[in-house]
Design a protein around this ligand. Structure first.
Ligand code: 8YV
Length: 312
């Protein structure tokens, strides 16, 4: 498939295989490499028909009068102003499904890492502290209840892996899913109160901002553990930090943060957290599949075929 005559705007760096496939097909303009983005957009904006990548504001869309499609690299598209896209008759695609397994694996990994303090144990051994006595006894996942906030495609993969860990799965979401065997809660505070673990895997964006409120965190409580593999915006981060420091919340394993990659210093003093730099989908296999889906959606659009994974 060759669309050489079509101008495409890349908004951030993408993995090599994806950039190569785009360069084969399109005339690529890299906004993130422009010394003067305003001048760059004034020059190239009028001819841009496609965007590959996220971080697309209403303001950017307004500067691209010929824009037809935004192909986001990621399942979450909260960095794209979908209202502005819809109003401008611009299609938006994402990369669902191909990352479910990678994110679900990391989720279980983070849970075990937190329950058994694996990063801390590694430090303990490296620092030569073992001969002075063991680390002490911790808790296990077996027999515990995990409440999943967002039983979507990834949430279901987490649920089946949690069951393999002999955990009881319950969930909270906008609707009960009749085909799911797990107990449904229509109140997040109630679910948090009844859960040993709360796993956050719902979309980011306006509808879910700080949905994991102080009240939810307090309901999870001193013995409760929180895992976030979705977006930092879903959690009241200052309240979480305060509760983790005071013992009001047992622990947290976090792959995402409110202002990542900037991190509040307060995290680094906590021993009851496991921190990860937004690695949910970060495997070679999965990122290649995500890149291929970005390109496949663009190919479909410019061939006049139905989009593979459209969200707008
Ligand atoms: C990122 C993600 O997109 O898919 C998502 O929503 O959060 C990740 O896969 C990835 O970090 C690429 O920027």
């Amino acid at each position: 498939m060759t669309h050489q005559a079509i101008d495409l705007l890349q908004t951030h760096a993408l993995l090599d295989s994806c950039e190569a496939a785009l360069a084969e097909r399109f005339t690529v303009h890299k906004l993130h490499e422009a010394a003067d983005p305003a001048a760059f957009l004034a020059e190239h904006g009028p001819s841009i028909r496609a965007i590959a990548g996220g971080a697309v504001s209403a303001d950017l869309i307004a500067q691209l009068p010929a824009l037809e499609i935004i192909a986001n690299f990621g399942v979450g598209y909260d960095s794209i102003d979908t209202h502005a896209a819809r109003a401008a008759n611009v299609r938006v695609t994402n990369t669902p499904s191909v990352l479910n397994d990678a994110v679900a694996e990391l989720t279980i990994g983070l849970m075990i890492a937190l329950a058994r303090r694996i990063p801390q144990a590694d430090q303990f051994v490296r620092q030569g502290r073992w001969p002075q006595g063991g680390m002490g006894l911790l808790s296990e996942l077996t027999g515990k209840t995990v409440g999943i906030l967002g039983l979507g495609r990834i949430g279901k993969e987490i649920a089946s892996r949690a069951q393999a860990m002999k955990m009881r799965v319950v969930y909270y979401g906008r609707h009960r899913q009749e085909s799911e065997p797990h107990v449904f809660y229509d109140n997040l505070v109630d679910m948090a109160r009844d859960s040993d673990w709360l796993v956050v895997i719902a979309p980011g964006g306006k509808g879910t901002e700080r949905i994991v409120s102080r009240e939810v965190l307090e309901a999870l409580g001193p013995q409760g553990n929180l895992v976030n593999v979705a977006r930092g915006t879903l959690i009241d981060e200052p309240a979480m930090l305060e509760l983790l420091a005071s013992g009001g919340l047992g622990g947290a394993a976090l792959d995402v943060f409110e202002n990542e990659p900037a991190m509040p210093e307060a995290f680094f003093a906590l021993d009851n957290v496991v921190l990860s730099p937004h690695q949910g989908s970060a495997t070679v296999q999965t990122r290649n599949a995500m890149g291929a889906l970005v390109v496949a959606n663009l190919d479909a659009h410019f061939a006049g075929e139905p989009l593979i994974s459209a969200v707008v």
